[in-house]
Design a protein around this ligand. Structure first.
Ligand SMILES: NC(=O)C1=CN([C@@H]2O[C@H](COP(=O)(O)OP(=O)(O)OC[C@H]3O[C@@H](n4cnc5c(N)ncnc54)[C@H](O)[C@@H]3O)[C@@H](O)[C@H]2O)C=CC1
Ligand SMILES: O=C(O)[C@@H]1CCC=N1
Length: 249
């Protein structure tokens, strides 16, 4: 995820340095080191935490001395709380963001929340970084960010899974697999674009616009969610993802 964000972050004026033991190549103009020792006692205005949340305790203390005196830590880690990050980095100046994968093409949907010690300047900078990757909403507290994680951070996974099942079903119906993928993805992309364009109409109204009485869509919708099974599955899905974010705090 860090690499995806960097593609858009590096369009700004900042210089970036990556420390990653496994990364083989960095984008043009970005320094890459495999070992933290390479940056020795250099300091940085922002230390970006883009490792797995489970690694924070063991990795981040090594970087505590690399944060400039008036700098801040920007975390993209799911769940990991400001308290956890503060314990590992030794600073209270922390901003948590939750991006999602479409940030890789500048179409992300991110949430942002900040610790009390964060200044207006820090927050404006983090908002600027995130807005280079798509839309961003500021939320009041960390619990709200964990809910954003369940909805938007993990969201592309749900959409891919729905699309996968939709393509499989189309293939089973006799459509050639390559045509099924094209038809399903274009149907989803076009439908979402229409909903974004028709912001004054509810999603239920838009659904009803396609649904002729006694027609094919009504028959399909009855099988899909007539019993409410899909609504319940989506509720369970978001609750499980939020619950996991809470466990990762
Ligand atoms: N994948 C996604 O869609 C999203 C991920 N996130 C968050 O982004 C973070 C990274 O997740 P992914 O990008 O999915 O995982 P990833 O496994 O693709 O990336 C993690 C990177 O950390 C590096 N790494 C491992 N140990 C390291 C160390 N000791 N020092 C420096 N770098 C080290 C790895 O080599 C790897 O490049 C997580 O905290 C996750 O919660 C947040 C939003 C969306
Ligand atoms: O699955 C995860 O934990 C990460 C955070 C949100 C999306 N991917």
């Amino acid at each position: 995820m860090g690499s995806a964000l960097l593609e858009y972050w590096k369009k700004g004026d900042e210089d970036f340095t990556i420390v990653d033991p496994a990364m083989e190549e960095a984008p043009d103009g970005v320094r890459l080191f495999a070992d933290r020792d390479a940056i020795a006692d250099e300091t940085f205005d922002v230390v970006i935490l883009a490792i797995k949340p489970q690694l924070i305790h063991c990795v981040m203390p090594d970087y505590a001395a690399n944060l400039a005196e008036d700098g801040y830590v920007l975390s993209i880690a799911a769940g990991a709380s400001i308290r956890t990050i503060s314990n590992a980095t030794g600073t209270e100046r922390i901003i948590r963001v939750m991006p999602n994968l479409p940030a890789a093409i500048g179409k992300g949907a991110s949430g942002l929340t900040s610790a009390d010690a964060i200044t207006v300047r820090h927050k404006a900078h983090a908002l600027d970084l995130m807005s280079r990757t798509g839309g961003v909403v500021t939320v009041a507290d960390e619990d709200a960010l964990d809910r954003v994680t369940a909805v938007a951070g993990s969201g592309p996974g749900y959409v891919f899974e729905f699309a996968r099942a939709y393509v499989d079903a189309a293939s089973q119906l006799g459509i050639r697999t390559e045509d099924a993928r094209k038809l399903v993805l274009q149907t989803m992309a076009g439908t979402i674009a229409l909903a974004l364009d028709r912001g004054d109409q509810s999603l239920a109204e838009l659904r009803d616009d396609v649904t002729s009485k006694g027609g094919t869509t009504a028959a399909g919708l009855k099988a899909l969610n007539g019993s409410g099974a899909v609504s319940r599955a989506v509720e369970d899905c978001l609750a499980a993802a939020y619950g996991r974010a809470v466990q990762l705090r």
